[in-house]
Write a protein that binds this ligand. Structure first.
Ligand code: AMP
Length: 511
């Protein structure tokens, strides 16, 4: 049980704070056992059951995550902000048979119940309070034979269709966590602020699982708010001084924006607070060098930029102790094999030549649930995972990301988004004849989702209603924030929409 090693070593230590509760490692373990026993006692429970949970970042989140693992199940954390349509997709794509949900999501749950009559729904409070009659059912013994078993499903966008369900085994997660704990120097002395959503690998693995495996503590926030985070850095909760912070570049931009709006005296205090951390990490999207430089002025720290992906965990990282290079994602992490491959599938030798990043190692996921063809297509014959990202390596082995091989994959605020999925959803709205979605470069968001629309002249297109329609169908971060009506989409001689031209339409309008 690598995930609960901290719990075994220091049971009485505070592990998690949320807005309402704090819990020691012992309390987390007890909560997890209660969840596991309740799950095992349920009619229809089977070993390896795929169980989704829809719970905000909290003590309860961890009790349920650990509880599902203790019961031998596969944990599927759902995004708490997703509309019903996205959740429906997650339940069917991930093969979910049981859902545990927090209070306050009732209208969605009612809709899901009728759409999925064969799925069992439990309220998290009831499950945690459950005291099954008779002798408690024995829990399975977790040991190293669990390594190849599926442990977690996360959803990730690709160039085709809707998000796919990436399955990570216990062995994958353990490899990811152990590498990061060692490489980034996690210890029981650390205290982290958890501001990232807990349905994505960055928040779940890099922050929560690493902290708890190392016996550290974490304060979880339901939502990121720059003022709240600065305040917490200056005024530690219960004496727990923050030592580690991890976020996407958009969050660093927001922290800088808030900082810059304060008086010079306050800025001095902020600098003192930020300098006191031992590690600031950025990832999940390209960190603009300007943000790195500004952050250095504000905190006296060089942000440690790393590169990873839902399917592989973290692969490349600037060093904890050595030189951190601006604009670079660093070197392969221990235990991760990384190579660059050209379009002919040949490994690129030496430095300064670009190629696709391919990754191999114990941390690489086992495949996409129920999608054998997509899984096969994402690996080479000799087992390297094809990331779809292009990079160059310098003489010292540091990698620099050049971009993605598909223009249809966008990164906005750290979220990976498929342009095609958005186009498909919005095309169904009356009055939209054609649509092309692109990512417009943006200092704060990395890319903003932008939609060029050709309206149907026979139907009046109501833009406000189109946005409402999009919010019902898609996660908020997938909904375009830039819209452009045009008479025709730019196409090449074959009739294919030329996305670089679409992008230029937006640049022309914004100038
Ligand atoms: P996700 O699976 O949502 O974590 O997205 C993974 C993708 O994010 C990668 O394939 C890259 O395209 C992008 N990414 C992650 N880290 C970085 C980084 N430091 N710089 C640039 N792109 C990144």
């Amino acid at each position: 049980m690598f995930w609960a090693e901290g719990a075994q070593a220091i049971p009485n230590k505070q592990a998690i704070w949320d807005g309402r509760r704090c819990a020691t490692y012992e309390e987390l373990s007890a909560g997890a056992s209660r969840v596991a026993r309740a799950l095992i006692s349920q009619p229809g429970h089977v070993a390896g059951e795929i169980i989704a949970f829809w719970v905000p970042p909290s003590v309860q989140y961890v009790e349920i995550q650990w509880g599902i693992w203790r019961a031998g199940g596969v944990a599927v954390p759902l995004c708490v902000q997703h509309p019903t349509a996205e959740l429906e997709h997650s339940l069917s794509e991930g093969g979910v048979s049981r859902v545990i949900h927090a209070r306050g999501f009732d209208p969605h749950i009612e809709a899901l119940r009728s759409a999925f009559p064969n799925v069992t729904f439990h309220s998290s409070d009831e499950l945690l309070k459950a005291r099954p009659g008779g002798a408690p059912p024995p829990l399975p013994v977790v040991d190293s034979t669990w390594a190849p078993r599926p442990a977690q499903i996360l959803f990730t966008s690709g160039t085709t269709g809707r998000p796919k369900a990436a399955v990570a085994t216990h062995g994958n997660i353990e490899a990811q966590v152990r590498t990061l704990v060692a490489s980034w120097g996690w210890s029981s002395k650390d205290h982290a602020l958890g501001v990232l959503p807990l349905h994505h690998t960055h928040g779940i693995i890099n922050v929560l699982c690493c902290a708890l495996a190392a016996g550290a503590s974490v304060e979880l926030f339901e939502k990121f708010d720059a003022g709240t985070i600065w305040d917490r850095l200056m005024r530690p909760r219960d004496g727990a001084k923050t030592t580690v912070f991890m976020a996407v570049p958009t969050i660093y931009s927001a922290l800088l924006e808030w900082h810059d709006a304060q008086s010079p005296v306050t800025q001095t205090w902020l600098k003192e607070a930020a300098s006191g951390l031992r590690l600031w990490v950025s990832g999940s999207a390209a960190l603009p060098v300007s943000t790195l430089m500004r952050w250095r002025e504000v905190s006296n720290h060089t942000l440690l930029e790393r590169y990873g992906m839902t399917e592989i965990g973290m692969a490349l990282s600037n060093p904890l102790g050595g030189e951190r290079r601006a604009g670079s994602v660093g070197l392969p992490l221990p235990g991760v094999e990384v190579r660059l491959v050209d379009e002919a599938g040949v490994e690129v030798p030496g430095a300064d030549r670009s190629g696709e990043i391919q990754v191999r190692g114990a941390m690489v996921f086992s495949g996409y649930f129920g999608r054998e063809e997509a899984t096969r297509a994402s690996f080479t014959a000799d087992g390297w995972f094809k990331t779809g990202d292009t990079a160059v390596r310098d003489e010292q082995g540091y990698y620099r990301i050049l971009g993605r091989s598909s223009v249809d994959i966008l990164k906005t605020g750290g979220y990976k988004v498929s342009a095609l999925e958005i186009e498909e959803a919005l095309c169904e709205f009356p009055g939209v004849r054609e649509i092309a979605v692109v990512g417009v470069p943006d200092e704060k968001w990395g890319e903003r989702v932008a939609a060029a629309i050709v309206p149907d002249p026979a139907v009046a297109l109501e833009m406000e209603r189109l946005e409402e329609f999009a919010l019902r169908r898609l996660a908020r971060y997938k909904v375009p924030t830039l819209w452009l009506e045009c008479r025709a989409l730019p196409r090449n001689a074959m009739g294919k929409v030329t996305k670089p031209e679409v992008l230029r339409l937006f640049s022309a309008v914004r100038r």
